[in-house]
Design a protein around this ligand. Structure first.
Ligand code: FES
Ligand code: FES
Length: 223
């Protein structure tokens, strides 16, 4: 074989090794269908309301987007600087991360942000009147009854109490205890928490019976 023919044979062999298999028309068609389905099923963005302000969030893994596996407590704390919801156990056992979603008190550590599409979310920061700065009556009752010590669990407990009072303005003690069963306080301030709820529903306080009109029963934070 001449030198030129040998070079040509070597080049052909190289090209053959590098050749990408041709894709048949059928497989292209199928892959287009599959890509189309995947695109249809994928969520590009979600809309949600946080403390009465509407947001549209992009979903994805690029910088600034919300990854599909991001939890709501991460989104609230790290993207919105709403650090009232505390991340503690991170497995739904302590209630420190509780927020209200569409009227229900839920642990934000167990909620994916993508699942909140179309939801209305309220955090402890959303209870204060944004115009006057006035505290929600529940927050005020907790202060008046010293219903916290370190305060780490307090936002979660207050959000549970708010969800409860919005639905039931006059819960009895068993109903309060049941609602708060998922909230743990390491500082043992539960006794004072019950006093605060008693104050809100017009039972007794550490200072004795509350005069009628002294409390805002049923409108506890209900703006
Ligand atoms: S941090 Fe969410 S329940 Fe404990
Ligand atoms: S006040 Fe400290 S954990 Fe509850």
């Amino acid at each position: 074989m001449s030198e030129g023919a040998a070079r040509l044979a070597t080049r052909r062999a190289y090209v053959e090794r590098r050749r990408v298999p041709r894709v048949s028309r059928v497989s292209v068609y199928v892959s287009r269908i599959v890509r189309g389905k995947v695109k249809d099923m994928a969520i590009d963005s979600i809309r949600l309301s946080i403390n009465r302000t509407d947001y549209e969030l992009s979903i994805g893994r690029r910088f600034g987007q919300i990854p599909p596996n991001e939890t709501l407590v991460e989104t609230l704390r790290e993207r919105f600087a709403l650090t009232g919801a505390k991340r503690s156990c991170n497995e739904g056992a302590c209630g420190c991360c509780t927020v209200i979603i569409d009227g229900e008190a839920v642990p934000a550590c167990m909620t994916l942000t993508v699942d909140c599409d179309g939801s209305s979310i309220t955090t402890i920061e959303g209870l204060q009147d944004p115009r006057t700065g006035e505290l929600d009556p529940i927050q005020q009752a907790f202060i008046d009854e010293y219903a916290f010590q370190c305060g780490y669990c307090t936002p979660g407990i207050i959000m549970v109490v708010k969800a409860l009072l919005d639905k039931n303005p006059a819960p009895d003690e068993d109903e309060v205890a049941e609602a708060l069963a998922g909230n743990f306080c390491r500082c043992i301030s539960q006794y004072h928490v019950f006093n605060a709820v008693d104050r809100l529903v017009g039972r007794v306080t550490s200072g004795g019976l509350i005069a009628e009109g002294d409390v805002k029963v049923g409108k506890a934070g209900g703006r």
